[in-house]
Design a protein around this ligand. Structure first.
Ligand SMILES: [Mn+2]
Length: 320
């Protein structure tokens, strides 16, 4: 890994047209780290563009949204491509074509399974959030104003579950304190980004919890949402945050699995765990993530897919 000074130099000394991109179904950290970086690069005189998929309305209050690109990706000029919060090149989604033709590519992340897919990789697996990594890189070069601080705080507060997850470190709290000193409304950011939800989110949440089951003889709790469940309340994939986490807080649960049926025989499973390492399991099912929060994407029929994953979870608990 190169130093944070080299990271900044490579972002800013190789041309003005800088593309910042993050993963599909962007979470608070993907959004916060992208927008904070764009705001910082703009302050440094650059011309940043952010490529982000549609995201949940509760995240939609930050400055820097004006940098989100609405046009066709193939029309973009790109001197430097920066992927944030992506463990793998495939995670940049539709922007992969642009990544492939960018003269300089930079990967900024905190996922432990990061494949160092860019020309320059700045990956800090001890950081609680990519937003924490972005803070470290920009802090010495750009004054951290309130807008940048809001975006970074949102990323950190969401990826740490409100400073509860074990990924939270003393350093995380020190950075949060520095962000607080800019005068951000930290309470409102946490309320909006973690606790508030739309009517559709409340309805699909109710459906998921109503269908929740325990695996007999194991501390595994799971639920399955089908395409027809989603359609019934007009929910999209960005309306599904917080379900796996909520299930994990059920009495006696050690691990939760949240299945969603995707189109064309595809399945997604999100894991949350109290003490079982679910990252390797998620990798086995075509995904990745963190030790206690990970997700897989694989091709399977619904019932077979659920059975396969539950069997793998049981085996993991048996071998623990
Ligand atoms: Mn993250």
């Amino acid at each position: 890994m190169f130093s944070r000074f080299e990271a900044w130099n490579n972002m800013t000394k190789n041309g003005d047209n800088i593309v910042v991109a993050s993963h599909p179904t962007p979470d608070g950290d993907a959004i916060g780290s992208s927008l904070a970086l764009a705001l910082a690069l703009h302050r440094a005189g650059k011309n940043p563009v952010v490529i982000l998929d549609k995201y949940a309305a509760r995240f939609d209050f930050l400055e820097g949204r004006e940098f989100i690109y609405q046009g066709k990706i193939e029309d973009l000029t790109c001197d430097v491509f920066i992927a944030v919060d992506c463990g793998d090149k495939i995670r940049v989604g539709e922007a992969e074509e642009l990544f492939n033709r960018a003269p300089i590519t930079i990967n900024i992340d905190h996922h432990i399974n990061n494949t160092n897919f860019a020309r320059l990789n700045y990956v800090d697996t001890n950081a609680s959030a990519t937003s924490e990594v972005v803070f470290t890189i920009i802090n010495m070069h750009v004054p951290i104003n309130k807008s940048i601080a809001e975006a970074l705080y949102m990323g950190i507060v969401t990826d740490t579950g409100g400073f509860r997850h074990l990924s939270t470190t003393a350093e995380t709290m020190e950075i949060a304190a520095l962000l607080m000193r800019t005068g951000i409304d930290f309470s409102d950011i946490q309320r909006r980004a973690i606790y508030s939800h739309s009517h559709i989110e409340a309805q699909i949440f109710a459906k998921a919890i109503q269908k929740m089951k325990f695996v007999e003889g194991y501390p595994i709790v799971y639920t399955v949402l089908t395409q027809s469940d989603l359609r019934a309340v007009h929910a999209t994939y960005s309306d599904l945050d917080g379900i796996a986490e909520y299930m994990l807080n059920t009495e006696d649960a050690v691990v939760s699995a949240f299945f969603t049926e995707r189109l064309e025989g595809k399945m997604k499973v999100s894991f949350r765990s109290a003490n079982l390492d679910v990252r390797l399991l998620a990798e086995h099912f075509g995904g990745g993530g963190h030790k206690f929060a990970a997700a897989g994407n694989f091709t399977s029929g619904l019932d077979e897919g659920v059975a396969l994953v539950l069997d793998a979870l049981k085996a993991a608990l048996d071998n623990k």
